[in-house]
Ligand binder design. Structure first.
Ligand SMILES: O=C(O)CCC(=O)C(=O)O
Length: 208
């Protein structure tokens, strides 16, 4: 297995997760340079009130379980998903999209949410489809709920990067990350429920 760590504690609300959900303007992301043209920004506790958003989105979002074609078979994805155009997305997603646009210089149009109900839910190694239309897409992910591992590995092989994302954290992939790197949220036995809220853009965005 890729990760050796095992988390046994179920998710409990964090000390800083209460109140109205909103980006904290004082929290500045730290850039992790993956290679000459790819990077990841990580900002722990970027969103205050993450627990309130987690509770609301779990209860109210129109969750679906998608099917994926794998090895000539249709399989159910091991997580639930849903998506909106930004103006129709439930609060605080439009305000979060605006804060991200101000920092990253692209207009975020689409929001999707992924619900990992327990540690057996996951997403396999992949690059996002936005790479087919964008040279340097920015993909921003706000984590809510329990902590999970987030892995990145170069498409051509080489050492992987392992991060942990907790409720309220912001992780942003940029440059050629979707082309030259893959990412995953692996299964993590004992993990509590987590939602990732992902912001993507249709406009071409910055060059790498
Ligand atoms: O849940 C996450 O943090 C990652 C989601 C993701 O990679 C995807 O939906 O393409």
């Amino acid at each position: 297995m890729f990760y050796s760590s095992v988390m046994t504690a179920a998710w409990t609300p964090s000390l800083f997760g209460g109140g109205e959900p909103a980006p904290d303007p004082m929290v500045v992301p730290r850039r992790i340079v993956l290679d000459e043209t790819s990077w990841v920004d990580l900002a722990p506790a970027w969103l205050t009130g993450a627990d309130a958003w987690f509770d609301a989105i779990v209860a109210e979002a129109p969750w679906n379980q998608r099917r994926r074609r794998m090895y000539d078979q249709d399989v159910m994805e091991p997580r639930l998903t849903c998506g909106w155009r930004v103006p129709e997305a439930p609060d605080p997603a439009p305000a979060v999209a605006e804060a991200l646009a101000a920092r990253y210089g692209v207009r975020f149009d689409r929001v999707s949410a992924n619900y990992y109900r327990h540690g057996d839910d996951s997403v396999a190694w992949h690059g996002d489809r936005v790479r087919y239309t964008h040279e340097a897409p920015i993909v921003a992910i706000v984590s809510l709920g329990a902590s999970r591992r987030f892995g990145l590995r170069p498409v051509g092989g080489g050492p992987s990067t392992r991060l942990t994302v907790a409720g309220g954290d912001l992780l942003v992939m940029g440059g050629r990350c979707q082309h030259d790197w893959q990412h995953t949220v692996p299964k993590w036995p004992g993990a509590g429920p987590r939602v990732s809220v992902t912001f993507r853009h249709d406009d071409p965005g910055p060059r790498p």
